[in-house]
Design a binder for this molecule. Structure first.
Ligand SMILES: *[C@@H]1O[C@H](CO)[C@@H](O)[C@H](O)[C@H]1NC(C)=O
Ligand SMILES: *[C@@H]1O[C@H](CO)[C@@H](O)[C@H](O)[C@H]1NC(C)=O
Ligand SMILES: *[C@@H]1O[C@H](CO)[C@@H](O)[C@H](O)[C@H]1NC(C)=O
Ligand SMILES: *[C@@H]1O[C@H](CO)[C@@H](O)[C@H](O)[C@H]1NC(C)=O
Ligand SMILES: *[C@@H]1O[C@H](CO)[C@@H](O)[C@H](O)[C@H]1NC(C)=O
Ligand SMILES: *[C@@H]1O[C@H](CO)[C@@H](O)[C@H](O)[C@H]1NC(C)=O
Ligand SMILES: *[C@@H]1O[C@H](CO)[C@@H](O)[C@H](O)[C@H]1NC(C)=O
Ligand SMILES: *[C@@H]1O[C@H](CO)[C@@H](O)[C@H](O)[C@H]1NC(C)=O
Ligand SMILES: *[C@@H]1O[C@H](CO)[C@@H](O)[C@H](O)[C@H]1NC(C)=O
Ligand SMILES: *[C@@H]1O[C@H](CO)[C@@H](O)[C@H](O)[C@H]1NC(C)=O
Ligand SMILES: *[C@@H]1O[C@H](CO)[C@@H](O)[C@H](O)[C@H]1NC(C)=O
Ligand SMILES: *[C@@H]1O[C@H](CO)[C@@H](O)[C@H](O)[C@H]1NC(C)=O
Length: 664
């Protein structure tokens, strides 16, 4: 059998379309108001092609032709691919601003978490003129579809000081404001994107939105929204709209794939703008007010590279990251970064050939989120409405013919920006094509990779794991093991990760039922050149809701959505410390741990107790555990099952089998 879903698709698509609908790319502009603002202190190195930089505030629909990339004259200081040997100058410059901005929130948070016998406020004050002495915090949100989006959203909500009543005793509000980095992958990338593309909004605001533009998961992404901003919408118009955008990109000379459709479809749920904001770019985050003023963590999403026909191997897959300034990899393969806003440009050996044009608008925000989650794009093939437009039918059949069933998860980043770049080490150097897939396909389902880069000097990572490793869709540490293994592989390239046990031990010791610290004792790393961050592993587990919905459940009504977000909130703060009253102070100890070492400060007695309590101590128990099937700790919220519809089992199975991947 060639492709398990193909039969459905072709059969369904044989129905003739009832008409096409040509959306106007201009409509978005009406929603764009650019208020006057002060000059933005940080100049993006690549801001040249963008207009009126000092007037911009939120991320922007700044792609001149909407979803279609545009050819423009290259800036005089033409874009180049740079070596990954250091941080970009843009990131380094931004960090100075951000690290200073974290000092106040961190002082507030650490003092409030109240480590017995230790004056954290005084400690922060003492080092406040040298922010690099203070903790450098990262947060990583795993993949796992809508489950991961919602559980991750609960954690972010628990870390956000803007959440109502979240800065009282025992609350973790302010951790987000204290963090330097926030990374997301697949479903986690949807979370990161939905916050940043929408003006660094809050989870509460996303939940409260009722205009149909964001976080309304009752209508699955396959069916499309009932309303798009002000318009009433139907599935046919939705698909016509998607297809027309993809046609536009294709007609401009770019390779398109199912991921283009998928990314556009996702945008309708994640971007608060008419028609899912087809002109919003990821690079516009880098010129948006909340980011340029240093008031947000640095957002990063990731994807894996996989050539068509190649099988993905965890230990040797190049991982690409997208940050507000650049796209590229730290891995000792391509080992380079390209300016994000010029993706789509032809680079040869790191330069744009003389007289060639530059491209802007390729880095569509939805497309990047679609890339990070490309495993899901085969859901688009689940169409069976009678009014599917002809344009879409032609597109889908074309995609399937071009790539074949094994490759329908691929996102095309052709022309390869790393063509002829680092030819000695880069396996893709001779290919004009670059194809990326879902960031979780290498089993590293928590986006730790960008945060363990030695150049970033991260001290502590809050790793929110919503993976569906076990039969009941709970995590079991698989992702932590995968990242550890890669950190001792040929691709490690200077990264280090704490020792973690095998997955059986994770389950037997209950390390997947409550937060656990890894890498507490840095004397365990005296042999290595770098000390890895301390990792606070926060596994999805049931407090007051069954937050283990299937990765392939495509729709949840608002009460189920809110229950899972609320459960995720409890997961992160251990039910406001009621499950373990030492948790809040122990979070403060974990945050401070590496910093205390750096500044030669004695570890408070209370923190030693915390480490005894929350650190994995090296114990192993690798016997095969019983089926892990936990029940909620507290009384569960009653969730109506109305409108919640999952993909039929066979579709989920086919989707997993087609890719040889089931853990996500
Ligand atoms: C950060 O704070 C330090 C100490 O207060 C100050 O010297 C430095 O200029 C600040 N850096 C930025 C980028 O604001
Ligand atoms: C800032 O703190 C770091 C880490 O403790 C230290 O290496 C550095 O020398 C300090 N810089 C200044 C100017 O005190
Ligand atoms: C916030 O706390 C106040 C006082 O305890 C309470 O009355 C209010 O309901 C809380 N609001 C929320 C949204 O939890
Ligand atoms: C973005 O958020 C900030 C802070 O909440 C607000 O002041 C500003 O008006 C928002 N901008 C837009 C364009 O929504
Ligand atoms: C969505 O956009 C509308 C209109 O600009 C705004 O009022 C609302 O606050 C936004 N919601 C979020 C979650 O950003
Ligand atoms: C197509 O049919 C399947 C199986 O009956 C159903 O689960 C799915 O929701 C339908 N898709 C649409 C877009 O209605
Ligand atoms: C990854 O491993 C496979 C199998 O060992 C090998 O064929 C492939 O060339 C390797 N790729 C890289 C980038 O090293
Ligand atoms: C990482 O890889 C690059 C490119 O292969 C190499 O130049 C660099 O020395 C490596 N860094 C470390 C720390 O191994
Ligand atoms: C890149 O090269 C391809 C093939 O030569 C060409 O079709 C395309 O127009 C070029 N793109 C730019 C931006 O010059
Ligand atoms: C790419 O081509 C060059 C020149 O033909 C060759 O030396 C090099 O080994 C090739 N690299 C790879 C990764 O195939
Ligand atoms: C852990 O998850 C992996 C990957 O999903 C699975 O193969 C394995 O059986 C699981 N083991 C336990 C003990 O849950
Ligand atoms: C310390 O390092 C050793 C060797 O890498 C490892 O086996 C052990 O599990 C580590 N202990 C802890 C508590 O991380």
């Amino acid at each position: 059998m060639k492709f398990p879903l193909l039969g459905t698709v072709v059969g369904v698509l044989a129905v003739e379309a009832s008409g096409t609908y040509k959306p106007s790319h201009d409509r978005d502009k009406q929603t764009l108001t650019i208020p006057k603002a002060n000059t933005i202190p940080l100049q993006s190195a690549y801001a040249d092609t963008l207009v009126a930089i000092d007037n911009l505030r939120r991320s922007l629909p700044n792609s001149p032709k909407g979803y279609t990339p545009s050819f423009v004259d290259c800036p005089s200081q033409g874009p180049v691919v740079r070596s990954a040997a250091s941080l970009s100058s843009s990131e380094a410059q931004w960090l100075q601003l951000r690290r200073n901005k974290t000092v106040g929130p961190m002082r507030n948070l650490l003092a409030r978490l109240d480590i017995d016998g230790f004056d954290a406020g005084e400690y922060v004050d003492r080092h406040s003129n040298n922010a690099t002495a203070l903790p450098n915090i990262g947060i990583a949100v795993s993949g796992g579809g809508w489950r991961a989006l919602m559980n991750g959203a609960g954690a972010v909500k628990a870390f956000d000081s803007r959440t109502v009543n979240n800065t009282g005793n025992g609350k973790l509000g302010g951790l987000l404001q204290s963090a330097t980095y926030l990374s997301g992958l697949s479903g986690g990338s949807w979370l990161v994107g939905s916050i940043y593309i929408n003006n660094f909004t809050t989870i509460g605001a996303l939940q409260a939105q009722t205009s149909g533009s964001v976080y309304e998961f009752g209508n699955s992404v396959v069916k499309g929204p009932e309303k798009s901003g002000l318009q009433i919408f139907n599935t046919a118009e939705y698909y016509a709209d998607l297809a027309s955008d993809i046609d536009g990109k294709h007609d401009a000379g770019f390779d398109t794939s199912l991921t283009d459709l998928w990314g556009r479809a996702l945008s309708y749920q994640l971007i608060n703008a008419t028609r899912g904001g087809p002109a919003y770019t990821w690079s516009s985050i880098g010129i948006s007010r909340p980011f340029t003023s240093g008031d947000t963590p640095y957002p990063i999403i990731i994807a894996d590279s996989r050539a068509p026909g190649e099988k993905l191997i965890s230990a040797n897959t190049t991982i690409f990251e997208f940050n507000p300034f650049e796209m590229g990899t730290w891995d000792p393969t391509a080992f380079g970064f390209v300016p994000l806003n010029h993706l789509g440009t032809n680079f040869t050996a790191g330069r744009v050939p003389a007289n060639d044009k530059c491209v802007v608008g390729f880095d569509n925000a939805g497309y990047l989120m679609g890339t990070s989650s490309s495993l899901f794009n085969q859901f688009i093939l689940q169409l069976n409405d009678t009014d599917i437009p002809g344009a879409l039918r032609d597109l889908l059949v074309g995609f399937l013919e071009d790539l074949g069933s094994d490759n329908n998860d691929i996102a095309d980043y052709t022309p390869n920006p790393f063509y002829r770049y680092n030819g000695e080490t880069n396996p893709g150097a001779n290919s004009t094509r670059l194809t990326l897939v879902d960031g979780g396909e290498d089993l590293q389902n928590i986006p730790l990779h960008p945060l363990i880069q030695p150049t970033r000097n991260v001290d502590i990572i809050f790793a929110v794991d919503s993976s569906a490793d076990t039969n009941y869709h709970w995590p079991n540490g698989t992702s932590m093991v995968a990242t550890y293994e890669r950190s001792i592989s040929n691709l490690a390239n200077g990264t280090a990760f704490p020792s973690v046990p095998d997955v059986n031990t994770f389950v037997n010791l209950g390390l997947n039922t409550r937060p656990t610290f890894f890498g507490c004792n840095s004397s365990n790393f005296t042999d290595s050149t770098v000390t890895p961050p301390l990792v606070v592993y926060i596994p999805n587990s049931p407090y007051d809701a069954f937050s283990n919905i299937s990765t392939f459940q495509l729709s949840t009504n608002d009460s189920q959505r809110d229950a899972i977000i609320s459960n995720g909130f409890n997961v992160a703060n251990m039910a406001n410390g009621t499950r373990d009253e030492t948790w809040p102070a122990c979070v403060a100890c974990a945050i401070l741990s590496r910093s205390l070492e750096r500044t030669n400060t004695a570890v408070p007695q209370a923190c030693t107790q915390c480490f005894n309590r929350f650190c994995w101590d090296g114990t192993l128990n690798a016997t095969v555990p019983q089926e892990y099937n936990p029940t909620p700790l507290y009384q569960t919220v009653n969730i109506e099952s109305k409108a919640s519809r999952s993909v039929p089992r066979w579709v989920a199975a086919a989707a997993g089998a087609a890719l040889g991947y089931h853990a996500l």
